[in-house]
Design a protein around this ligand. Structure first.
Ligand code: NAD
Length: 332
């Protein structure tokens, strides 16, 4: 059995599950494991220091899987703006067929991607941006609720409202993102009108995710209360793990500080040390509220198989058993 949706059909993926772009985490080993499990993984372009490194990472992933996978290209404020056009060229030249865009309007990228037969899944955090992206011709929308790790936008609308509100306006495949970590979330998203889910933190906390074991253990130990929203006053909000660094950033900006005052604290080059060394206070690291739902460190294959199996049981037994037929009602 399998769950078939508009997403699985359009993107040619076995299961309606996506591992979206994660800075410092979306690398070949994880993405290949996700592909081999029958879900859709994305290598994060900007995790690679140069466009040439991205080409190598894509090649490495190809050595590990013959199933489809994609590349995420995020365009948000950065301390040193990367050469986005060169990253985009590498994506095309490497024969990638699915791209996840995020962070800004996908319009500048669409002609080049579509001319090269690349499907674009655009991740955004509001219904108005989803509608706009659909009108521009993207192939799917990933709608990211307030629960998510990283940048949830500035509207603070949680998935329970954002997903059905988007589903009312979106005809192309819709992926629900933010707060998803298990089969219950997958079934709920399908019920809310989505065609699949995106998970970040859940995939971070798997055997194949190339981050330090101590970070995975911190995710298992952490609860839904253990994140901070940084950069609120700068309108570049990001949900990250609560630690000494993120709390200092919140306090500094709340006191009227500017980006320059926190730049050294938040630099990605510092945050990556958390993942490399396991020192949880080395810098800023992203994790979502779904941390409260993550209780183990499975292989990606076991995680996806378990989720699909449990989702089928939820739909086929728990939910369908709640439908009383007329005869039973009369006897009662
Ligand atoms: P970086 O070191 O350049 O910046 C660190 C953080 O500061 C990022 O969150 C960035 O958005 C923010 N920032 C940079 N300049 C800013 C400014 N002038 N005003 C307000 N905020 C500013 O970035 P990085 O850690 O190397 O990450 C590279 C890219 O990946 C960035 O675009 C970043 O936003 C993005 N990212 C996304 C996620 C996610 O979960 N979606 C997580 C981390 C980083």
């Amino acid at each position: 059995m399998s769950i078939r949706t508009k997403f699985t059909e359009t993107f040619g993926i076995e299961h309606p599950i996506v591992q979206g772009g994660m800075q410092w985490v979306g690398r070949a080993e994880l993405v290949a494991a996700v592909a081999n499990s029958g879900a859709l993984g994305f290598i994060t372009a900007l995790t690679q220091p140069t466009p040439a490194d991205l080409a190598n990472e894509i090649a490495k992933c190809r050595d590990l899987t013959d199933k489809p996978f994609g590349v995420n290209l995020t365009i948000l404020p950065t301390i040193n703006p990367p050469p986005y056009d060169e990253y985009r060229q590498v994506i095309v030249d490497s024969g990638i067929k699915i791209v996840e865009t995020a962070g800004s309007n996908p319009a500048p990228h669409l002609p080049m991607f579509h001319d090269n037969g690349i499907k674009v899944l655009h991740k955004c955090t509001s219904v108005r941006h989803a509608v706009k992206a659909q009108s521009l011709g993207v192939d799917g929308i990933s709608i990211d609720g307030f629960e998510c790790a990283g940048h949830p936008g500035e509207d603070d609308i949680p998935g329970l409202v954002l997903i059905p509100a988007a589903a009312d306006k979106i005809d192309i495949p819709l992926i629900a993102s933010g707060g998803f970590a298990d089969a219950r979330g997958l079934v709920a998203a399908l019920a809310l009108g989505a065609d699949g889910i995106n998970m970040g933190s859940r995939f971070m906390c798997t055997v194949e995710s190339a981050i330090h074991q101590k970070v995975k253990e911190a995710i298992v130990a952490g609860s839904e209360l253990d994140t901070e929203l940084i950069f609120r006053p700068l309108r570049n909000t990001a949900r990250v793990a609560s630690n000494t660094v993120s709390r200092e950033v919140v306090e500094t900006l709340n006191r009227g500080g500017q980006f320059e005052d926190v730049k050294d604290l938040v630099a990605g080059s510092r945050g990556v040390k958390v993942y490399e060394t396991g020192d949880l206070d080395a810098g800023i690291w992203s994790v979502g509220a779904s941390m409260g739902l993550i209780n183990d460190i499975p292989t990606v294959g076991d995680l996806v198989a378990r989720m699909v199996d449990e989702a089928e049981q939820l739909i086929g037994s728990r939910l369908s058993d709640m439908i009383a037929d007329e005869e039973e009602e009369n006897v009662a």
